[in-house]
Design a protein around this ligand. Structure first.
Ligand code: URA
Length: 261
C-alpha cells in the first residue's frame, strides 16, 4: 500500500494524504462508508492485487490501485447516484426548519456532501426518488425538453369510465394549463377503487393527483415505480441503494449527457 506520508499531486498541486480505504471508496462514489466497510470485510476489495479486509487500512489515492469485484476504482470527484424508496409522510427536502420528517434523514447525506433529490414527490406519495451529487445530470433530467417519463401506480376512488381514462390520455385542463398526453392503463378494479398506471413526462406539482381529481376520481394512494430508465424493483420502503454503473450511464444519457462528459 502507499506510503503514510503526504504525496505531492501528479501536477505538482497540493499534497494528497493517504486515507482510509473506506473513505477512499466512499469518495470515489462506490458506496457509503458503512457499505464500503461491508465490501471490505466480505473480501471484495483489493489494493495492489491483494484482498484487504482490515478496516483501518490506508491507501494513497495517487499511487495505489484499488479494485472492487475486479473493477478498478478511480478516485476524484466521482458523482454519486442513488435511489430511495420514499415512504409516505416524508417531505422532499434536505432540511426542514420546522423539524418535519424529511428525505434527508433516509439517505447518507453526511457521506456524500452535495447530495440532493432530483425533483419531488409530495408528502403522501411513496416510491422512487433519485438523488445525486451531479447537478448537471439532475438539471438535465428535470428539463422539460428531455421528456423523462415517470410512471406511477395511482389508486383512485370509484371506477373511472373508459371515456374518463381517454380524457386523461389526451390531456386534461388543470389550473396551471393543459397536461400533455399521458399513457394510462387500468390495472385493477375492486368495486370501491381502481388501480391506474399513469406515465407522464411533465413534472408539475401534485400533477397526477390533480389529473385524477379533474376526472372526478380522487387519488387515495400514489406510488412512483419508475423514473426515466430506472425502476424501483423490490427496494424496501425507506431503503436506498446506489445505482449500478449501467443505471448511472442510462440516466446520464436520459439527461442528455454524452458518455464522455
Ligand atoms: N404527482 C403527484 O400528484 N404527486 C407526486 O408526488 C408526483 C406526481
Amino acid at each position: 500500500m502507499g506510503s503514510l506520508v503526504p504525496t505531492e499531486g501528479t501536477d505538482g498541486s497540493a499534497p494528497v494524504y493517504p486515507m482510509r480505504l473506506q473513505k477512499f471508496l466512499r469518495e470515489a462514489g462506490v458506496a457509503s462508508r458503512r457499505r464500503s466497510e461491508d465490501l471490505m470485510t466480505a473480501g471484495r476489495v483489493k489494493v495492489n492485487g491483494e484482498v484487504v479486509t482490515t478496516l483501518g487500512s490506508k491507501v494513497d489515492p495517487l499511487v495505489d490501485v484499488v479494485e472492487v469485484d475486479g473493477t478498478r476504482v478511480s478516485w476524484g470527484s466521482a458523482p454519486v447516484y442513488l435511489m430511495l424508496n420514499k415512504p409516505m409522510g416524508y417531505i422532499t427536502t434536505m432540511s426542514d426548519p420546522q423539524g418535519r420528517p424529511c428525505v434527508a434523514q433516509l439517505v447518507p447525506q453526511g457521506d456524500f456532501p452535495g447530495l440532493y433529490p432530483v425533483g419531488r414527490l409530495d408528502n403522501m406519495t411513496h416510491g422512487l426518488l433519485l438523488f445525486t451529487t451531479d447537478g448537471s445530470v439532475g438539471h438535465g433530467l428535470l428539463h422539460p425538453s428531455h421528456h423523462v417519463h415517470k410512471t406511477y401506480l395511482a389508486r383512485v376512488e370509484g371506477s373511472p369510465t373508459l371515456h374518463s381514462i381517454e380524457r386523461l390520455r389526451a390531456g386534461v385542463v388543470l389550473d396551471d394549463g393543459p397536461t400533455a398526453p399521458a399513457q394510462v392503463d387500468q390495472i385493477d378494479v375492486d368495486g370501491e377503487s381502481t388501480l391506474l398506471r399513469i406515465a407522464i413526462h411533465e413534472g408539475r406539482t401534485r400533477q397526477v393527483r390533480r389529473m385524477c381529481a379533474s376526472i372526478g376520481h380522487e387519488c387515495i394512494d400514489l406510488e412512483r415505480i419508475s423514473f426515466g430508465p430506472l425502476s424501483l424493483g423490490d427496494l424496501a420502503l425507506g431503503a436506498w441503494r446506489m445505482l449500478t454503473e449501467k443505471e448511472a450511464c442510462s440516466i446520464r444519457l436520459a439527461a442528455g449527457k454524452s458518455m464522455l462528459e
